[in-house]
Design a protein around this ligand. Structure first.
Ligand code: SAH
Length: 220
């Protein structure tokens, strides 16, 4: 579907059954919208949504929310879900999408409400003066620490070595998180790669020969 105006994109999103349009109204009450009350995981910066959609289909024992700050990008995820449905294939009932900037996470989720966070191929913001915008900077780790219960995890994948090294350091320096797993070549680590679901960027960059780095950090 081609969209002539951004307004058209907004109306597709507003009417989609997959999108929660006023997410702050569900703060503390997210379980009420899912068919089953079960652990809730979010992906921040889901892009076109391949990872979170496949995670939701592969793990019916969990609930998922895909978060994206740009409506023009979120629209692609909505269109993909619509295409799956139109093809008569199974669509996940344990997945919803939300258009919000991660800066507002505390307005959307209550402390302890989510069981884990996925960050995949987050924007690198390579300039030092933009370091605070990186989704693994201490500013964002502070936010995650407030909504994640003890023992829950952040899983982060990227092919960007600079961002990865920054993230390892940022997590090591943060009081509330402990680094549990670090690999610089996920796709050649048999154990860690088991059950790995590829994101759009992961497919693209690994096919170009870039090794994929992954870390898992636990909330203490
Ligand atoms: N996870 C996808 C897309 C990676 S690109 C994949 O791996 O294929 C990073 C995405 O994060 C972009 O779509 C961008 O719009 C989104 N994003 C960046 N900063 C964000 C923020 N602060 N809050 C929510 N989404 C963000």
């Amino acid at each position: 579907m081609r969209l002539r105006h951004i307004a058209e994109a907004d109306s597709v999103i507003a009417e989609s059954k997959y999108v929660i349009n006023e997410p702050e109204k569900l703060r503390g009450n997210w379980q009420s919208i899912f068919p089953s009350k079960q652990p809730l995981y979010i992906e921040i910066g889901m892009g076109k949504g391949q990872f979170i959609t496949q995670m939701a289909l592969a793990h019916p024992e969990n609930n998922y929310i895909g978060i994206e700050c740009y409506s023009s990008v979120l629209l692609r995820a909505v269109q993909k879900l619509d295409a799956i449905e139109a093809a008569g294939e199974a669509v996940p009932s344990n997945l919803f999408l939300v258009c919000v900037n991660a800066e507002h996470l505390l307005e959307v989720f209550e402390p302890g409400e989510i069981s884990g966070i996925f960050l995949n191929f987050s924007d690198p913001w390579p300039k030092e003066r933009h370091a605070k915008r990186r989704l693994t900077s201490s500013r964002f780790l502070d936010l995650y620490a407030q909504i994640l219960p003890s023992g829950s995890t952040i899983e982060f994948k990227t092919d960007n070595r600079g961002l990865f090294d920054f993230s390892v350091e940022s997590i090591e320096e943060h009081m509330d998180f402990q680094l549990m797993v670090v690999t610089y070549d996920l796709h050649h680590d048999e154990e860690l790669c088991e059950g790995n679901i590829m994101t759009e960027y992961e497919e693209k960059f690994s096919s170009q020969g870039n090794p994929i780095h992954k870390l898992i950090a636990e909330r203490e």
